[in-house]
Write a protein that binds this ligand. Structure first.
Ligand code: BGC
Length: 420
């Protein structure tokens, strides 16, 4: 029949989730980012005029307000996590990704706060109580101030401190968690903090770049061993942002070289440095880039998000096919878009899932998909205006409102299939 839909089934026990990170949703945190915002909010509001296109400026006038760049109470998820997990459950999710805020757990070097560990114990139990599998990230970019003061991930001591913090977390929270993500997107920090210098500590320095590769990979590797010492059954990985990169001109030798170099620094270098210390791959997919030598981006941008990022669902398929060579289970721990009006989120989700399903059919061992994000949240140096949520936030009243696309996602999660 002409109007009959095709049903694309996903593997049994596939995990359907949403992802969050502590700093972006919790509120009330004091760390290197909160300190940096105080000093930079005015500047960021001023720069919005030159940084964003006219249509974006018109659509999101809040980008000119310095308040937009102060995380403050964020979504008050720290106090409202039960309500948020109720929403997640109502959407049919069977998995949920959170992160632990290190600055809460160890506000002073070597002093661990039992009250805060108790908080996360409750958070994880609340996820479990709703039938969702928790994925817990240990470091989603923010550092306690004492650690930032000695250089954060550029400090030789970072691996040692990170491993000690990890040990404390696993010993206290391990009972209820199977999946641990040590670090979120190491290469995003390397590029945004130490190459472009946009994020704290705003250090454009090639020596730092190589130091941070080194110390973050040591941190991951040592934490991996520590976690396995406590329980060899735990599954450990790091969240890896992988863009789909193509030469602008498929025939051009130089464009191809540029792509190879980008791929090496953005993906393979960190993978090589953590070789044999990953139980799964955690893929985060946002970008497609057509690279023209020596490194400019020339995308077609037929469809873009509110941030102007090209939407290119096919890219995830090529990445998944490439990741097959590692022979590890793959979880897509982030994929999403800024779409305040929820005009293209439904199509975005369906199109990406269609390509993911195709990769699975062709042998990629994908076991889960976490949409970024459950809620609108604090988008780092861009603040609150980009809206990534399946659920819309009213930051004044803290009211949560489920977006229409979330109900479409719910259907997919509950039926473990996509109807096209
Ligand atoms: C990060 C998130 C961020 C999202 C959207 C990912 O790279 O892990 O923290 O909000 O992208 O930019």
């Amino acid at each position: 029949m002409a109007d009959q839909k095709k049903i694309l089934k996903f593997p049994e026990e596939f995990l359907w989730g949403a992802a969050t990170s502590a700093y972006q949703v919790e509120g009330g945190n004091t760390n290197d980012w909160s300190e940096w915002e105080k000093k930079n909010a005015e500047r960021l509001a001023g720069e919005a005029k030159t940084k964003w296109a006219k249509w974006q400026q018109k659509k999101f006038p809040e980008m000119f307000d310095s308040e937009n760049y102060i995380c403050g109470q964020a979504c008050d998820h720290y106090n409202r996590y039960e309500e948020d997990f109720d929403i997640a459950k109502s959407l049919g999710l069977n998995a949920f990704r959170i992160s632990i805020e290190w600055s809460r757990i160890e506000p002073e070097e070597g002093k661990f706060d039992e009250k805060e560990i108790e908080h996360y114990r409750k958070v994880i139990s609340a996820i479990r109580a709703r039938g969702m599998e928790p994925f817990v990230t240990l470091w989603h970019w923010t550092n306690p101030i004492w650690l930032a003061e000695i250089g954060g991930p550029a400090s030789k001591k970072f691996p040692l401190y990170f491993t000690r913090y990890t040990k404390y977390i696993i010993e206290n929270l391990g009972k209820n968690v199977n999946f641990w993500i040590t670090l979120n997107e190491p290469t995003s920090v390397i590029s945004n903090s130490y190459i472009s210098g946009n994020w704290p500590p705003q250090k454009r320095n090639p020596f730092c770049v190589f130091r941070v590769y080194k110390y973050l990979s040591y941190a991951h590797n040592q934490a991996y061993d520590e976690i396995h010492k406590i329980n060899p059954k735990y599954k450990v990985g790091f969240a890896n942002i992988i863009s789909f990169l193509e030469p602008f001109n498929q025939e051009s030798f130089l464009d191809k070289i540029a792509v190879r170099l980008f791929k090496y620094f953005a993906t393979y270098r960190f993978m090589n440095l953590t070789k044999d210390k990953n139980d799964f791959l955690a893929l985060q997919y946002y970008f497609h880039n057509r690279i023209k030598f020596p490194g400019t981006r020339r995308n077609k941008n037929k469809s873009i998000s509110d941030l102007g990022w090209e939407i290119y669902p096919e890219g995830i398929y090529h990445i998944l096919k490439d990741l097959k060579k590692y022979n590890l289970p793959i979880y897509i721990t982030e994929n999403g878009l800024a779409d305040a009006k929820d005009e293209i989120r439904e199509k975005f989700i369906k199109d990406h899932l269609r390509w993911i399903r195709k990769a699975i059919q062709e042998g990629a061992d994908v076991r889960g998909y976490f949409h970024w994000s459950l809620l609108d949240n604090f988008e780092w140096d861009k603040g609150f205006w980009p809206r990534f949520g399946l659920v819309e936030m009213d930051y004044k009243t803290m009211e949560r409102k489920i977006r229409p696309s979330a109900f479409v996602y719910k259907k997919i999660c509950e039926s473990n299939s996509l109807a096209i």
